[in-house]
Design a protein around this ligand. Structure first.
Ligand SMILES: [Fe+2]
Ligand SMILES: [Fe+2]
Length: 263
């Protein structure tokens, strides 16, 4: 069985490319399920109901998020309508939304998707992600063997630590947030597939999805600036995980890269 993972989808260009490419990739690669990170899907920051529904109707089954989850204010209420949208499980329990879900896989069986956020070099205060995942795995009590974890974080060391911590207990741990894919995809000895960061669905002529000149100028001068999202010349970054559905252990993980020029 194979599942398609897609990194942070950035803005209109990323959304259009994802909606065009994901259905095709699912068929070509033989994937029965798709998890994508949508934290930047609405104009580069946050999510809207419309964007969520557009992704869902174009082949994304579960949408994970991260530090930008609440950037669009209406989504604080709208999130309740979408059980397939996750926010980091280690955010405060006072926050709306859910941190994990168990979903039906169209060809049979169930999958558990867990979303957590790191605490190193990432702005929000959150609870310990390691404790949060352990608690969820206890709570789930082996209801399914197919378990995918989106670790939304900045520090590679923290993400690798999570991968090693969960090795042999989940099918895959994949990183999101940096918008830059890493070349470390592998299956750990216990049978957990891992990749530090999937990368983004966003412009190749950008700095993590945003206008090059204004980001460079801001680094040079130290002045705050607005960074326009670039919607052209899109690349899609993700991975495919192949696993044994009876054991939930991964056999293979491979990066996916496609380009798409949004006209
Ligand atoms: Fe993020
Ligand atoms: Fe992001």
């Amino acid at each position: 069985m194979k599942i398609l993972l897609v990194g942070d989808i950035v803005g209109k260009g990323g959304r259009r490319a994802a909606c065009k490419l994901i259905p095709r990739l699912r068929t070509e690669l033989g994937c029965c399920y798709c998890i994508a990170n949508g934290e930047n899907v609405a104009g580069g920051a946050g999510l809207t109901a419309k964007c969520v529904e557009e992704l869902k109707s174009n082949g994304v089954d579960t949408i994970t998020t991260g530090d930008h989850i609440w950037d669009q204010k209406d989504f604080v209420n709208d999130v309740k309508r979408y059980p397939y949208v996750l926010r980091p499980a280690n955010f405060s329990l006072q926050q709306p939304g859910r941190g994990y879900g168990i979903y039906n896989i169209p060809i049979g069986g169930t999958i558990c998707v867990i979303n957590v956020i790191g605490r190193v070099f990432i702005g929000r205060s959150s609870d310990n992600p390691f404790d949060a995942v352990d608690r969820i795995l206890d709570e789930m009590n082996h209801r399914t063997k197919i378990i995918f974890v989106d670790f939304h974080g900045e520090a590679t060391s923290e993400k690798i630590a999570m991968g090693r911590h969960l090795d042999g207990r989940v099918t895959a741990v994949f990183g999101t947030h940096t918008h830059v894919p890493t070349a470390d995809s592998r299956v750990f000895p216990g049978g957990t597939a891992f990749q530090c960061d999937l990368g983004m669905v966003g412009s190749r002529q950008s700095i993590i999805g945003r206008d090059i000149n204004s980001v460079v100028a801001s680094f040079k001068t130290g002045m705050p600036a607005r960074f326009k999202v670039i919607d052209k010349d899109i690349e899609l970054n993700g991975a495919v995980v192949e696993f044994d559905p009876t054991t939930g252990r991964a056999k293979h993980i491979e990066r996916v890269y496609q380009t798409y020029d949004v006209a």
